[in-house]
Design a protein around this ligand. Structure first.
Ligand code: ATP
Ligand code: MG
Length: 436
């Protein structure tokens, strides 16, 4: 390898992060805790491809959205032998993919489905704290249920998740709620809104002017501080809702009220994707600057039809894993990194097979034990044992092995005396080493 020309080192793509130990342990902890909550509500795991036809997102998310206009990683695949190339995209969100999968496998034919997923999503945004180009979501989709009971269920489930993570509503996060009504109600509101926005056209920024006619509701979603007063005084969609939409909204609210889950009605909450109707909601925090939305979702009763399926109601949400972890870190509710129960100190290669077999027996008995690789000096092995965070050192010295024993030395203050244990009855004493 000596005459290989030295190449510059390669780096990860900007905005796409490596997740390494010990941080990766936090991810595993968070995912595990979330999975436990989701399963208590009867939600089942779904995994769909990272790459989908670009058309799925254009049709699903909507052409006049930030995601499709600016953020999607879309590309043309290599041409096949007929010269045809597929237009593909890295998924910027997963609802459209889940819906496609449900349609493709006729999963909604007989009954509704309650699903959850974890996975990476891709958006070409300006990378900053809490905003990345590859980020991860945990999401749920309840398909085939018209609500409002299931709307309330997913909101209660999200609230339980946050609570079980040690977060406190009011201190660490808030829940915002709105009702977007139905397409005909939105059309009536849209006309009033366009009229209002035209009166204030000189105030609008470039995005606003462009969206005035194509997607005026999204103009209200602006984060531009100069537009806040104008947006606050705009005609409210809530005032255009008919009886059925209001009954749906009140149905959701009655359940949340009864369950003691408080919320703030935000008439300007429209969400960044086109496919929502009726209930929309976001969990927001003030602790992460302008990346304050930790989770957002809502009802999307027309998406399945829009993607070519048989009309079917649906509701769901997506939670940003990086933002959750940043918030948990900020609030200080992350658990300590897990440590092994024991670290095996092996002074000599003589008897190595016997030692490794003993370690296997310990692992079979549920003990987590790290082997010191390659033997070497005792002092450096003890240093490694200490650094591993293990609670016990297992010393497989030559004298011990000759007697069929191992020395068990507590490494932490509360650990007690060093003892010797038999290598032939490991199952009898392995419990002494296990954490819980
Ligand atoms: P924002 O307004 O912050 O751009 P969004 O409305 O685009 O969020 P959604 O499409 O609703 O976000 O995605 C659901 C969740 O995924 C968000 O609430 C957020 O926690 C997370 N998320 C979205 N985009 C990113 C990103 N680029 N980096 C990290 N997390 C993200
Ligand atoms: Mg966004």
């Amino acid at each position: 390898m000596t005459d290989v020309k030295k190449l510059p080192p390669l780096q990860a793509v900007k905005g796409m992060n490596d997740i390494l130990p010990p941080e990766s342990a936090r991810w595993e902890w968070l995912e595990g805790l979330m999975r436990g909550v989701l399963q208590r509500y009867g939600y089942q795991n779904v995994r769909t491809p990272i790459v989908e036809p670009t058309a799925l997102f254009v049709r699903g998310i909507g052409e006049v959205t930030d995601i499709v206009e600016k953020e999607m990683y879309a590309f043309e695949d290599r041409a096949d032998k007929n010269g045809q190339a597929e237009h593909l995209a890295l998924r910027p969100e997963m609802t459209a993919g889940v819906v496609r999968a449900m349609m493709e496998h006729s999963f909604l034919r007989d009954s509704g489905r309650r699903l959850y997923y974890f996975g990476p999503m891709f958006r070409r945004e300006k990378p900053q704290k809490g905003r990345y180009r590859q980020f991860h979501q945990m999401g749920v989709e309840a398909l085939g249920f018209s609500g409002p009971d299931v709307d309330a269920e997913v909101i209660l489930m999200g609230s339980r998740l946050l609570r079980e993570l040690g977060l406190v509503q009011g201190d660490h996060f808030e829940l915002e709620l709105n009702c977007l009504g139905q397409p005909d109600e939105r059309r009536a509101h849209r006309e009033a809104l366009i009229q209002y926005l035209q009166q204030h056209e000189d105030l609008l920024d470039e995005d606003g002017k462009r969206r005035l006619h194509s997607n005026p509701l999204r103009v209200l979603d602006t984060k531009n501080p100069a537009l806040q007063d104008m947006a606050n005084n705009a005609p409210r969609l809530l005032d255009f809702l008919g009886e059925a939409s209001l009954a749906h909204f009140n149905g959701v609210r009655a359940i949340l009220d009864a369950a003691g889950v408080s919320y703030r009605i935000n008439p300007r909450l429209v969400r960044g994707l086109d496919y929502y109707n009726l209930t929309v909601f976001e969990w927001v925090t003030t602790r992460l600057g302008s990346q304050g939305t930790i989770c957002g979702g809502g009802r999307y009763d027309y998406l399945i039809e829009q993607l070519g399926g048989k009309p079917s109601p649906a509701v769901g949400f997506g939670m940003g894993m990086e933002r959750m972890l940043l918030l948990l870190e900020e609030v200080g509710t992350l658990p300590a990194s897990p440590v092994p129960d024991a670290y095996a100190i092996i002074p000599s290669a003589d008897g190595l097979p016997q030692v490794m077999v003993a370690l296997e027996a310990l692992r079979a008995a549920g003990v987590s034990v790290v082997m010191h690789p390659g033997q070497g000096g005792m002092k450096s092995q003890f240093k490694k044992a200490d650094g591993s965070g293990a609670r016990f050192a297992l010393i497989f010295g030559q004298d011990e092995l000759a007697r069929g024993e191992v020395s068990v030395k507590p490494l932490r203050a509360e650990g007690g005396e060093q003892v010797t244990r038999s290598l032939y009855q490991i199952a009898d004493w392995a419990g002494e080493l296990r954490t819980a």
